[in-house]
Design a protein around this ligand. Sequence first.
Ligand SMILES: C[S@@+](CC[C@H](N)C(=O)[O-])C[C@H]1O[C@@H](n2cnc3c(N)ncnc32)[C@H](O)[C@@H]1O
Length: 313
Amino acid sequence: MTSNKIIPVDTETLNMPVRANWQYWAAGGIFMLLNKLRHDFQGYVTPRTFSIDDVNKAIEYDFSVVNSWRYYLNSYVGESVSLEERTVMELGPGADLGIGTILVALGVRKYCALDVHNLVENVEDKFYEALLERIEKNKISNISIDVLREQLSLTSSGKNDKINYVCDPEFNLGNFKEEGVDLVFSQAAFEHFDDIPKTFEQMTEVVKPGAVLLAEIDLSTHTRWLRDVDPLNIYRYSSWYYNLTKFRGSPNRMLPSEYKTILEDLGWRNVKIIPRRVLDNSYVGRVLPVLPGKFKCAHNDLVNHSVILAATR
Ligand SMILES: C[S@@+](CC[C@H](N)C(=O)[O-])C[C@H]1O[C@@H](n2cnc3c(N)ncnc32)[C@H](O)[C@@H]1O
């Protein structure tokens, strides 16, 4: 098997402009109400900043996610981990099955993916054709492109073989209890889950002993403009106001240390929180003292814009 080159991913530090806390508080409060209204009328809209019609960008994104997972997986385990013959489960795969297709090309035994929204059903064939062309050009697959195309066609007709995509409004991981999962991956999705303790309990039941979890969690505000200027905006509000404007899929405000405790209580070991993107300290120092409740004292958690959560069953 030829494998694609894994490019090291460095931790980035982000710099934010200075504005008064009350200005961000007022702006964020209004945006949250507008987002709730938009969600109530329009339903779930993925926060991804580009459309699937931007085929090249979507393909680049899928490759970059797989690349980042493999990089962090190898550095977490301490050696190069082959994906061949592994059963992978992705939680919250989002807009397309590009990642699943790349993982099958890399030799996984099976790719199982669970979502509450079927965001992949309207993806046009031109996206997968361009992706297959890229896989062939990059020579990352020992499996023929025709076999990959056939797998995608089986999936789109509701059958599963190497790609098992399940959309379940209950988000029940028990859908994969017969699969024997070796690796759990997730990208920018855990922060949207409704009930992390329940999801982690189910995950614990469907994975094999020794399975590894590797998930990038985006801790920052998701609203576009605010995300760049005030990433900690979502933590500025009391539970009362946050719950008032909450909808299914809005960030759950779970802290990295809380994910870690839940996993450890369920018997997962070597649970690590690896900073992926960190906020600049002067911004965190200005915002933290005005945050309510537990967030005020959560410096070690909230200094991160995003983290990699890694653990072993
Ligand atoms: C920001 S998207 C990330 C998607 C993809 N992993 C990516 O990187 O583009 C969040 C994902 O979480 C899923 N999601 C949203 N709300 C959810 C919920 N309450 N329970 C489970 N999944 C949810 C969405 O359907 C979507 O797949």
